[in-house]
Design a protein around this ligand. Structure first.
Ligand code: TPP
Ligand code: MG
Length: 515
């Protein structure tokens, strides 16, 4: 067994069974090892941002890491934007990067780059393997680190991958969160009981069923309002699940929505932060003088902290949250010319139970989230770190994680073009992913920002920065060119017909929604 085989055996033994990969000569021993090591299969991404985004989507659905294998510094650099999004989502992710042979590094070969420096920007843990004897142990420690909900990056020189490995395959210890902090829980309970109007703002595990159930019990006990941050990593949604409102994107509406609260309890997140700093605005939508208390620390489980808080408040049991959840209610399929609103409503009307909704619809999908509370139960996740080009790869990874569930990717057109190669990976593995392109043929958010800045009549060069209509992107052709059937629609009726068809037929589909 060589070092590469030892690495993959360690990964497979830890239950990691997929590797999103784009490799080259420095990963050759690892690529060869996929033929000899069972229990882990490689999936090719045609751009590294596809691999890293897919690993993010996989990790968010499974709450366990996938392996992402990248080629040297330049390959890693192509994957960094989506590694940044994964970091912002606290996704467990094992990131292995091939490096030049140890003895070749000093020669400054063309592909040489400071990989360690790049890794520092997104990794919670990182190491460069220095000898073949430690390769499996390094891998096991990387996996253990990733299980904390972070990216673990392991840089592995090519010569060490090829050397003979005589050691054992180490087992990986599962990560156990620290228990909630009693003092903090008691303080939060006091705060909620003694303040007349309070908000509970959540992210992370707090927004998965267990956390939402505890949040519902807390609401039943003290009447606090429930929110998620604007860019949640994952939310369980639908009838029967405790609903949350989303803190709005722009600072003014965010501050207005949160203004009535006299105290804020936080779970799985620090206080909300405005996406950008605008002159005359604070960085945070909750006023400085409003008391804020986070119930969990980085090494604790936000859902467990909420459950402890519910118990501390003597909150009623699960049965009491029935009154807080919405019943099942699906909107009527709209008709007429497609708009962002009617597109979102059509999706809400037709999405099947247990769907995974991946939302990178940006300005076109703003009305979608509130509709989710009354639909059949589903998973919802979105862009976390603002680095666009995350939707299509992460929808791909979500489908690998949950092959039996329908994945629907509500996808803005400009962002889609960053990682459109994801369609090819979806076609290759016949994934049940339906991509709904929000084809407004512009970088619309930038137009919105221009309007906010008072620029109502931008000149032709500025307009050219945001216009994607000249020439318009031919989405059905682009999609077909990568093996995914594609159609374009411009009415709600046509969207409904094509979406039903896409969901009925196996394999990936793309529908361009001309808005
Ligand atoms: C990696 C990265 N590059 C550039 C940007 C800046 N940016 C933010 S939104 C956007 C365009 C979004 O256009 P589209 O995806 O079509 O969504 P729309 O605004 O039309 O809803 C750009 C270029 C970014 N956020 N991330
Ligand atoms: Mg657009």
């Amino acid at each position: 067994m060589n070092g590469a085989e030892a690495l993959l055996k360690t990964v497979a033994a830890a239950g990691i069974n997929v590797c999103f990969a784009n490799g080259g000569t420095t990963e050759m021993p690892m690529i060869l090892a996929f033929d000899s090591i069972t229990g882990i299969k490689p999936m090719l991404g045609l751009f590294e941002g596809v691999c890293s985004g897919a690993a993010d989507g996989y990790g968010r659905m499974k709450e366990k890491p996938a392996l992402c294998l990248l080629h040297l510094g330049p390959g890693l650099a192509n994957g960094v934007a989506n590694l940044h999004n994964a970091k912002r989502a606290s996704t467990p992710l094992l990131n292995v990067i091939g490096e030049h042979a140890s003895w070749h590094m000093a020669a400054n070969a063309p592909l040489a780059m400071d990989i360690e420096c790049l890794c520092k920007t997104f990794s919670g843990w990182q190491r460069t393997t220095r000898s073949v004897e430690t390769i499996a142990r390094d891998t096991a420690e990387a996996i253990e680190a990733s299980l904390r909900g972070q990216i673990a990056s392991l840089i592995v020189p090519c010569d060490l991958q090829g050397k003979e490995y005589r050691g054992e395959i180490p087992a990986v210890t599962n990560y156990a969160c620290d228990p909630p902090d009693r003092h903090v829980i008691e303080s939060a309970a006091k705060m909620l009981k003694s303040t007349e109007k309070t908000a509970l703002i959540m992210n992370g595990r707090a927004l998965r069923r267990r956390g939402l159930e505890a949040a519902g019990r807390i609401r039943a006990a003290v009447g606090c309002d429930l929110f998620c941050i604007n860019f949640p990593a994952y939310v369980d949604r639908g009838a029967g699940i405790v609903p949350v409102s989303r803190v709005p994107y722009f600072p003014e509406p965010a501050a207005a929505v949160l203004a009535p609260y006299k105290a804020v309890v936080l779970a799985g997140t620090d206080q909300p932060v405005n996406f950008f700093g605008y002159e005359g605005q604070w960085s945070n939508p909750v006023a400085v003088d409003v008391p804020k208390l986070r119930v969990d620390g980085d090494s604790q489980d936000a859902a467990a902290a909420l459950a402890a808080l519910a118990d501390e408040l003597d909150a009623p049991g699960k049965a009491a949250i029935g009154k807080l959840v919405a019943g099942y209610n699906v909107p009527v399929i709209p008709s007429g010319k497609l708009t962002p609103e009617t597109a979102c409503t059509t999706l809400a009307a037709l999405q099947p139970e247990n769907a995974i909704i991946v939302d990178e619809g940006l300005t076109s999908s703003m009305t979608y989230f509130p509709l989710g509370a009354t639909l059949a139960p589903h998973s919802y996740f979105m862009l976390t770190g603002g680095a666009i080009g995350q939707g299509m790869p992460s929808a791909t990874g979500a489908s690998v994680a949950c092959p039996d569930r329908p994945v629907i990717n509500l996808q803005a057109d400009g962002s889609a073009m960053y990682t459109v190669q994801s369609l090819w990976t979806q076609a290759q593995a016949k994934m049940n992913v339906t991509t709904l392109i929000c084809s407004n043929r512009s970088y619309n958010i930038i137009n919105v920002e221009l309007q906010r800045a008072g620029i109502t009549n931008p000149g032709p060069r500025v307009r050219a920065f945001t216009d994607l209509g000249n020439p318009p992107i031919d989405w059905p052709s682009l999609s077909r060119g990568m093996g995914v059937p594609g159609v374009a629609v411009d009415t709600a009726e046509d969207l409904a017909r094509e979406l039903k068809k896409a969901l009925r037929e196996p394999g990936p589909h793309l529908i361009e929604m001309i808005l």
